[in-house]
Ligand binder design. Sequence first.
Ligand code: CA
Length: 218
Amino acid sequence: MKICLVEDDLELGRALAAALRQDGHEAVWVRRAGDAKHWIGGDTFDAALLDLGLPDGNGLELIHHFRTEGKTLPILVITAREGMEDRLKGLNLGADDYLVKPFAIEELLARLRAVVRRAAGWSDQKEAIWTVKDLVLDEKRMTVTRDGQPVILSKTEFALLHVLMKHADRVLTRQEIETQAMLHNEGHVLDVHISKLRKKIGDGYIRTVRGIGYMLEK
Ligand code: CA
């Protein structure tokens, strides 16, 4: 996704821009409200991350500006202000979600994905279906098909594939996969399950990233 990051704090801005890029996004980082108007006004972004306290203006005014200009991109507000009043004001003016500093990067990325999905009009039903290449995983029905043909997986294999598909094109550490798939962190348990999963879905999906973990390629 293409994200406009509006954050005047050098250290935080740098960290957020790096995290966004690491998560596979294209990030344009600006530090002033004027620059945000320029970039968001003249380009197409999938979402904006917006700090409220900017050196040359207020983030709330910026949201108001974009909404009255007809810009519909999802806006995730990041701010040090904890005041309920600001929170409500932000949402009333058209912010999509709100995150109070300090926050974990993972939390930010998850919220960002959520606001973009919501903005794209995804229903709950759609969110429960993941597609990578010709693989389709239905979260609710707990089924997997490859090229339209059912693939029978064990509960653990399904959980593993689910984690990998949710984060497709991102390298997941062994620990991340084990935690999310609720696997015991014991020796080569993960590798054994991955190997079984590969046999069932076929080669060319799950890539081993040496010394780190695995990745499902789109
Ligand atoms: Ca600030």
